[in-house]
Ligand binder design. Structure first.
Ligand SMILES: Nc1nc2c(ncn2[C@@H]2O[C@H](COP(=O)(O)OP(=O)(O)OP(=O)(O)O)[C@@H](O)[C@H]2O)c(=O)[nH]1
Ligand SMILES: [Mg+2]
Length: 364
């Protein structure tokens, strides 16, 4: 029995069962990096086969880190901060030295200074009970602040191993590939990355000075819209480049739909300003609240998309928010995006039952 991990995804390689995960059609060789069939197809043909790590395996993996003296690097998606925080790793983070990399900064408007992003993310994490030494805004894709992130990791690790953690799709493997590229030019064996869920399947050890840096698999928080959607609809939620804010002036009695996944009713207040931050593939519609139920029933999955007609149907649940109209506040829907409102005293947010919308001090 061997325990050689796939270099792309970290799953333990096997060459007995062609249909089982992590298959290699050749002898397994611990001395050279090898890719399992799934990673090979991902790398050469861009094909993805879904792979979801069971929550129990993830818990075991995280529990295994509790006794280890190492630096924990939490990667979050700055565009989906609340959707990036997996409750299962909270206990681990409470007990360890933590550095946070706020990835995908390229999705935020360029006018937002990175130090402001760092400050806001730090405050939000404190609200969540996570107290990192540093929050470093980065873009692994656009190679923004990669050297600064590496320097901080070396400084905080103090010769210890480093574990890169976070929910699936926040960009952990892309961040590590950016580190490899910054240190060696072109990484000879980059880690597998993809916009689908569950790309990394096990620990992948890489040299980090005299210590080791580990890529790890990710999970979704259970209250994430992604849990409701098939791959095609899920892909529509992920912005590929800077998100352009969509501004609306809404009076009380009007409703905004964000695809068929969220409905916001302006109940009380002035003609408030509503600025929507979602992927451009999410359709946004304004209606009278009086017509909203009927409009939703007729158009969810078509005009209001995602979801699509092939996704499993779900019901919306109403959540009421009382706000201070003078303060700019974000209404956040994990996995979908956020809406910055001002001038609104009371609103209803309707989202699928598994989702918990929240409010926060405006990020932008
Ligand atoms: N816009 C943007 N996209 C990014 C960035 N970093 C990663 N991505 C994209 O995010 C998606 C997920 O990246 P991965 O590196 O596979 O994410 P992961 O956290 O390793 O995911 P798992 O292995 O499933 O846990 C890919 O489509 C990446 O191209 C970034 O800085 N900006
Ligand atoms: Mg990964």
């Amino acid at each position: 029995m061997n325990h050689v991990p796939c270099h792309g995804c970290g799953g333990i390689l096997q060459n007995n069962q062609a249909e089982a995960p992590f298959y290699v059609p050749m002898p397994i060789d611990a001395t050279t990096p090898q890719l399992c069939r799934r990673c090979y197809r991902l790398k050469h043909y861009g094909e993805v086969q879904p792979a979801v790590l069971p929550a129990e395996s993830y818990r075991e993996m995280i529990d295994g880190l509790l006794e280890i003296d190492a630096l924990m690097v939490l990667v979050v998606d700055v565009f989906d901060l609340s959707g990036s925080l997996v409750p299962m790793i909270r206990r681990l983070l409470l007990e360890k030295d933590v550095v946070v990399l706020a990835n995908k900064c390229d999705l935020l408007p360029k006018s937002v200074p990175l130090n402001k992003v760092a400050h806001k993310v730090m405050r939000q994490l404190h609200v969540e009970g996570i107290k990192p030494h540093d929050v470093i805004p980065i873009s692994a894709l656009k190679k923004v602040q990669i050297d600064q992130a590496m320097d901080t990791l070396f400084k905080r690790a103090k010769g210890r191993d480093v574990y890169v953690l976070g929910s699936t799709n926040v960009g952990k493997s892309t961040v590590i590939n950016a580190f490899l590229a910054a240190s060696s030019g072109h990484p000879e064996h980059p880690l597998s990355v993809h916009g689908s869920r569950g790309t990394t399947q096990g620990f992948i050890a890489l040299p980090f000075g005299k210590a080791t840096l580990y890529d790890t698999p990710g999970l979704y928080p259970t209250n994430h819209v992604a849990a409701l959607l098939g791959d095609a609809s899920y892909a529509m939620l992920q912005p590929k480049k800077e998100v352009k804010p969509l501004g609306y002036q809404l009076v009380a009695g009007q409703t905004l739909f964000l695809g068929g996944l969220c409905r916001l009713d302006h109940l009380e207040g002035q003609a408030g300003s509503w600025i929507v931050y979602v992927a451009p593939t999410v359709t946004v519609h304004r209606r009278k609240t009086l017509d909203a139920d009927d409009f939703y029933t007729r158009h969810c999955g078509e005009l209001l998309s995602p979801p699509s007609m092939t996704d499993t149907p779900f019901k919306l649940k109403r959540h009421r928010f009382n706000l201070d109209p003078k303060v700019k506040t974000d209404i956040v829907v994990p996995g979908l995006g956020f809406v910055t409102v001002r001038g609104v005293a009371k609103l209803d947010v309707h989202v699928p039952e598994i989702i918990a919308p929240s409010r926060r001090e405006a990020l932008i």
